[in-house]
Design a protein around this ligand. Sequence first.
Ligand SMILES: CC(C)(COP(=O)(O)OP(=O)(O)OC[C@H]1O[C@@H](n2cnc3c(N)ncnc32)[C@H](O)[C@@H]1OP(=O)(O)O)[C@@H](O)C(=O)NCCC(=O)NCCS
Length: 167
Amino acid sequence: MADGGLTIRSLEPEDYADWAVLRNCPYVQRNTLGLPCSSISDARRRLEEGKDSFRSLVAVVDGHVVAQVGLELMRNRRSHVGLIGIMVHDDYTRRGIASALLAAMLDIADNWLNLHRLELQVYTDNERAINLYKKFGFEIEGTLRDYAYGDGHYLDAYEMARLRPRP
Ligand SMILES: CC(C)(COP(=O)(O)OP(=O)(O)OC[C@H]1O[C@@H](n2cnc3c(N)ncnc32)[C@H](O)[C@@H]1OP(=O)(O)O)[C@@H](O)C(=O)NCCC(=O)NCCS
């Protein structure tokens, strides 16, 4: 898929260096579960662990990966569920890149994997991401208190989910 210099495709092992750069962007690092100073080997470990149950799409601009969306597939009695995570390089936000990536992943989840429920966790102060997810039909289901630790204190998160719209 290509649109005005933006290409969306699957993540490949040669993208791990770009992925580490992306993960180290200050805004991305603050708003994900990433630790400071992610390395290429962190990327390899993170992306290859459980890769059979993990789908990943990236957005490429000028030959570099500038954003990624991941979909982790749950198992057994939760095999109708997928867990979503997304990040866009700090220098490439507000260009519709997250929207394009999320739309592509929702198409795979709805129309190819037959997933019924997509869920995610987002820090309660991450207004940008909450707005993005609401735009795509995710709803807040509850608050996870002291969900993660970062920058010296605990952070609350919302549990958000989207049930596949009926045709
Ligand atoms: C949240 C994030 C993914 C948005 O990416 P993006 O490419 O800038 O998003 P888009 O340009 O596609 O914008 C989509 C929607 O997101 C929301 N949004 C994006 N930037 C926003 C901002 N600065 N303020 C408020 N809402 C914002 C809006 O609803 C926007 O829709 P609109 O353009 O119709 O107003 C990006 O800022 C990011 O990677 N943040 C760090 C990592 C992160 O928070 N990941 C999610 C963890 S759960």
